[in-house]
Design a protein around this ligand. Structure first.
Ligand code: CAA
Length: 296
C-alpha cells in the first residue's frame, strides 16, 4: 500500500486524511501551522467517534486510524517516501501553483500529485510541474467521510495509467470514482453551481422565500438539503468564486452570478463559517432559522 500525503488540514483536508487512514493508508497531514494540525486531529477524532457511536467502526479501529496519521509543517519533510499527494489547500490559484512547484521538487519522482480543487484547471496546475502526466484531480465532496463520490479529473496530459491508479485507490477508500475531463467546473460544480445560482435569483426576484425554495427542492426533488442551505454550508464566497470560473471559462452569460450573491459576499455574509448567510448559524447547524434579512 502506498503512503499518502495530504496538504491542508481544513474541512476537506482533514476529511481526506481521515478516509485514507481509516482504509489503512499511512498519512502525512501537512499544514503551515501546528495549531491547525492539532485542531484537525481533534476533528478527525470527533468524526471517528460518530462512526463508532453508529456502530460502523470499533474503538480499536478509531485508535488504529489516528495512529496512521502523522503531522508535518514542512512539505519537504512530509512528502518523503510517498506515492501519492492529495492537495487540499485554500482555493487560490497562485497558492496552489506554488504548492505544486514545491511538491514537484520534493516528492519522489514517481509520486502522483492530485488536487482536490473544486474548479481550478488541472491542466494549469500540471503545467508548473515536470510531471504533467502524473497530475490529476481527485475532487472529494463534503463531508468527505460520508459522501461516496470522488470526481476524478483528467488534465490534458494526465496518463491512462495514472487515471486507472487513482480510480483504483478511490475504490479502496470505499468511494465511487467518476472520470471527467478538465473543463471549467468539471461536472459536479458545472451543474451544482448554476442550480444554487438559480435558487438565489429566484429569491432575488421575489418568486419565493428562503424556506419555500429549499422546501420545494428538499421535498420535491429529494435533495438532502435545499440549495440555499447547501450554499451556506459550502460558503457563499466559494460558490461565487466557482461561478466566476464558469462565467469566465465558458463565456456564457447564463453563468453570471446573481447580484444578491455578490452583495452578500461583499458584506461578509458567507454562510455557516461567518454565522449568517440565507440562514443564521450562531446557535449551531442543527436547526434552520432564516436570517432576519430574509424573514417575511
Ligand atoms: N464524519 C463522519 N460522519 C459524518 C460526518 C462527518 N464529518 N457528517 C455526518 N456524518 C454521518 C452521521 O454520523 C450520520 O451517520 P448515519 O447515516 O450512519 O446515521 C450521517 O452522516 C448523516 O448525518 P446526520 O444524521 O448528522 O445529518 P443528516 O442526515 O442531515 O446528513 C449530510 C448530513 C450527510 C451532510 C446531508 O445533509 C447531506 O447529504 N447534505 C448534502 C451534502 C452535499 O451536497 N455535499 C456536497 C457539497 S458540494 C462539495 O462538497 C463540492 C464542491 O466543490 C463545492
Amino acid at each position: 500500500m502506498i503512503n499518502v500525503a495530504v496538504i491542508g488540514s481544513g474541512t476537506m483536508g482533514n476529511g481526506i486524511a481521515h478516509v485514507f487512514a481509516q482504509h489503512g493508508f499511512a498519512v502525512a497531514l501537512i499544514d503551515i501551522s501546528q495549531p491547525a494540525l492539532d485542531k484537525a486531529l481533534g476533528t478527525i477524532g470527533k468524526n471517528l467517534d460518530r462512526q463508532v457511536a453508529k456502530g460502523g467502526l470499533t474503538d480499536a479501529d478509531k485508535t488504529a486510524t489516528l495512529g496512521r496519521i502523522r503531522t508535518f509543517t514542512s512539505i519537504a519533510e512530509g512528502v518523503q517516501g510517498v506515492g501519492l499527494v492529495v492537495e487540499a489547500a485554500t482555493e487560490n490559484v497562485e497558492l496552489k501553483l506554488q504548492i505544486f512547484r514545491e511538491l514537484d521538487q520534493h516528492a519522489p519522482q514517481d509520486a502522483i500529485l492530485a488536487s482536490n480543487t473544486s474548479s481550478i484547471s488541472i491542466t494549469k496546475i500540471a503545467a508548473v510541474t515536470k510531471r504533467a502526466d502524473k497530475v490529476i484531480g481527485m475532487h472529494f465532496m463534503n463531508p468527505v467521510p460520508v459522501m461516496k463520490l470522488v470526481e476524478v479529473i483528467r488534465g490534458y496530459a494526465t496518463s491512462d495509467a495514472v487515471t486507472t491508479q487513482i480510480m483504483d485507490i478511490s475504490r479502496q477508500l470505499g468511494k465511487t470514482p467518476t472520470e471527467v475531463n478538465d473543463y471549467p467546473g468539471f461536472v459536479a460544480n458545472r451543474i451544482l453551481m448554476p442550480m444554487i445560482n438559480e435558487a438565489i435569483i429566484t429569491l432575488f426576484e421575489g418568486v419565493a422565500g428562503v424556506e419555500e425554495i429549499d422546501t420545494v427542492m428538499k421535498l420535491g426533488m429529494a435533495h438532502p438539503m435545499g440549495p440555499l442551505q447547501l450554499a451556506d454550508f459550502i460558503g457563499l464566497d466559494v460558490c461565487l468564486a466557482i461561478l466566476r470560473v464558469l462565467h469566465e471559462g465558458l463565456g456564457n452569460p447564463k453563468y453570471a452570478p446573481c447580484p444578491l450573491l455578490v452583495n452578500m459576499v461583499t458584506a461578509g455574509r458567507l454562510g455557516v463559517k461567518s454565522g449568517e448567510g440565507f440562514y443564521t448559524w450562531g446557535h449551531g447547524t442543527k436547526d434552520l432559522i432564516v436570517a432576519d434579512r430574509f424573514k417575511k
